[in-house]
Design a protein around this ligand. Sequence first.
Ligand code: ADP
Length: 397
Amino acid sequence: MNILVINCGSSSAKFQLFDIDNGTVLAKGNAERIGIDGKLTFKPTGKDEFVSTDPMPDHKVAVKMILDALVDKTHGVISDISEIAAVGHRVLHGGKYYSASVIVDDDVKRVIRECFPLGPLHNPANLIGIEACEAVLPKGTPQVAVFDTAFHQTMPPKAYMYALPYEYYEKYSIRRYGFHGTSHRYVSHRVADFLGKKYEDLKIVTCHLGNGSSFAAVKDGKCQDTSMGLTPLAGICMGTRTGDIDPAIVPFIMKKEGLSPDEMDNLLNKKSGVQGISGVSSDFRDLEKAAKEGNERAQLALDMFAYQGKKIIGSYAAAMGGVDVVVFTAGIGENTDHMRAAICKDLEFMGIEIDDSVNTGLRGKEAIISKPGSKVTVCVIPTNEELAIAQETKALI
Ligand code: ADP
């Protein structure tokens, strides 16, 4: 069974076609610069890459071009679009409405629209992607929405409420939602399988450390808490996002610098984080290089990231009454041995002991990186959000 996974942004549509029965990728690529000029990069497995710069005035045309590429006689991987059993869409925000993926119908589209204010950059694009697929694929092809927020919907109110006047929760649905849910769910389940343990029996802290980074506390098979909030700005400092700061800083800077709400939002999301601290880069590879060459602000940014990550793991251990497993995933979590070691350093008191002989140099593969006697098992589990979306889609149809 073939499942197409689409992750639509405002001017792009990333895609992967899976043969889900054996989990293989038949083709993947990206339609970029939609509405500007257009560039389709199409990578069929085992064949040469194909690039088209035909105009892409809107998402409907982009989806049509992706489908045409999939069935193309030369570089295509299927002979007819009826071989696509369903499409799984990554959707940022399902608000409080969805704790699992759903088959898209008019009601689901209404909710995705209702959540536009909560995910103003992503949800409109996600809906456009769904409607473009509906318009171009054979009628009746199921479209499935897989929400970034869904996994975190099991959090109790004491974890998701902010201590603002209650009316803002009622009026505007302001609360913690959390993101990267597909990844947290995937790696938390995967690590239980990998360790041969029952998911429901484990207390797990999942650390998704990439350009955007978030943590989740998973106990009794449910997400109990997570570090991102109403938006992905909260939690640990990230590539260009502040993470948690004293909220009073926001009006303070706005007044001092005469910034509008949008300008402040931009500063918090795009100009802060390790980029803002180091002045070097948002990319951890650049930071490590600069720090090695003696750049003190790059080192400070790395130290802050490790320190904040360590504090979140400690707080989740406290929240869950202990921790059995810590999992690292995503670009930094999978590839950066220094950062994994720095985050876990000084956590020996709570039973986290890293085995340097395994951790050092380990990249992008499943492994236990704690010492055999370590009370807490620390693992690296590469995430695969697209595969997880395809699996969810298959399960639903
Ligand atoms: P996102 O999906 O959020 O854009 P990723 O999960 O790809 O982000 O993570 C990007 C981050 O991971 C970057 O800071 C980058 O430095 C880091 N990273 C990715 N690959 C490597 C690698 N091979 N070695 C070290 N760091 C890496």
